[in-house]
Design a binder for this molecule. Structure first.
Ligand code: PMV
Length: 333
């Protein structure tokens, strides 16, 4: 667990949670502005939150858990900051996070959402949550959904400049108190293919891509309604198939993109044999780690089966939580 930075020179601090998609974002209609081809839906996790601190600097510098990021990784930070503060954006950005990098657990989404909120406090006018969400999107698409609280709907929009492409909360963190979200950390290394490269390759080569776009845009409003009704069984019928369709279009790309591993698929099929279908459902981001949704009353059973099938593998258990927010002094985070 990294140590929290307590920089006394910081002029703005904000924190944000990871978000887990129940309807996946995959495919861009504009890859600079991160404008999506599809609507998507997610829930912010209660923890662990990522902290971003800003301090004055002579140029843009970004540190990630104390390690300086190379220049080649700075364009998304520069895009986000220059959108909010103008083209100079000479700042020292320190990111402190306990999330594994690029493991499909929304580590960059949390960082970009926190960065948007911290940077907006330096701007000369206050911004609405939807403007902060659109700004976070410039750093990493899915970051748009780590800004609003609880359950978020990211509308793809149609404006070429993206003014109508942002996420809004449709249910707060307390909407479904019994819901538990559990990430099984089978692997914590970086993805084999980055999501940006994967999205471009899928859109340009996968014969299933057009079907994916139409199907996802029809599924998203249905998933939102099922969340509003707290209908775990209804969600079980839609969420994993939609995630598997994302993996299917990736597998059908040329060359194929394979995010799931034999281990994750074996585990899924054993769980399907053991656990009653109406007690849980799973999803996979662009990685091998399954994320389970269940209710508090079934959590013990899920934990005990997972500890037998995947002994020693960390299980991160969370619930719905608030989105990005400004933090006060270093001692108060
Ligand atoms: O925000 P990006 O570019 O890292 O894309 C993330 C896409 C998925 O995590 C695979 C799905 C999603 O909607 O979060």
């Amino acid at each position: 667990m990294p140590t929290r930075s307590t920089s006394s020179s910081s002029i703005a601090r904000a924190s944000a949670p990871p978000n887990i998609a129940l309807v996946k974002y995959w495919g861009k209609r504009d890859s600079i502005l991160n404008l999506p081809a599809v609507d998507s839906i997610s829930v912010c996790l209660e923890g662990p939150r990522t902290l971003v601190e800003l301090a004055p600097s002579s140029c843009l510098r970004v540190g990630w858990n104390g390690d300086r990021l190379p220049e080649g990784l700075l364009p998304p930070y520069r895009r986000l900051l220059s959108h909010l503060l103008g083209p100079l954006c000479a700042l020292d950005v320190q990111v402190t996070t306990a999330l594994p990098v690029a493991a499909g657990l929304a580590g960059s989404a949390a960082a970009m959402a926190a960065l948007a909120v911290a940077a907006s406090s330096l701007a000369d006018r206050p911004l609405h949550t939807h403007q902060l969400s659109a700004a976070a999107r410039l750093g990493s698409g899915s970051a748009a959904r780590s800004v609003p609280d609880g359950f978020a709907y990211w509308q793809r929009g149609s404006d070429p400049l993206g003014t109508d492409s942002f996420a809004t909360s449709f249910a707060g963190p307390d909407h479904w108190p019994e819901l538990r979200i559990c990430a099984l950390l089978l692997e914590t290394g970086p993805k084999t293919v980055s999501s940006t490269e994967g999205m471009i390759r899928t859109a340009t080569t996968s014969p299933l891509y057009e079907h994916w776009v139409a199907s996802t845009n029809a599924t998203a409003p249905r998933v939102r309604d099922l969340i509003l009704q707290r209908d775990l069984q209804g969600l079980e019928r839609l969420v994993l198939p939609q995630a598997m369709l994302m993996h299917a279009i990736c597998m059908a790309a040329s060359p194929p993109i394979l995010y799931l591993s034999r281990r994750s698929l074996d585990l899924l099929s054993k769980l399907q044999d053991i656990l009653p279908r109406d007690h849980w459902f799973a999803t996979f981001d662009a990685g091998t780690n399954p994320i389970f949704f269940t209710l508090d009353s079934h959590l013990g059973q899920l934990e005990s089966v997972l500890s037998e099938l995947a002994p020693g593998v960390p299980l991160l258990i969370s619930r719905a939580g608030p989105g990005a927010r400004l933090e006060a002094g270093p001692g108060e985070f």
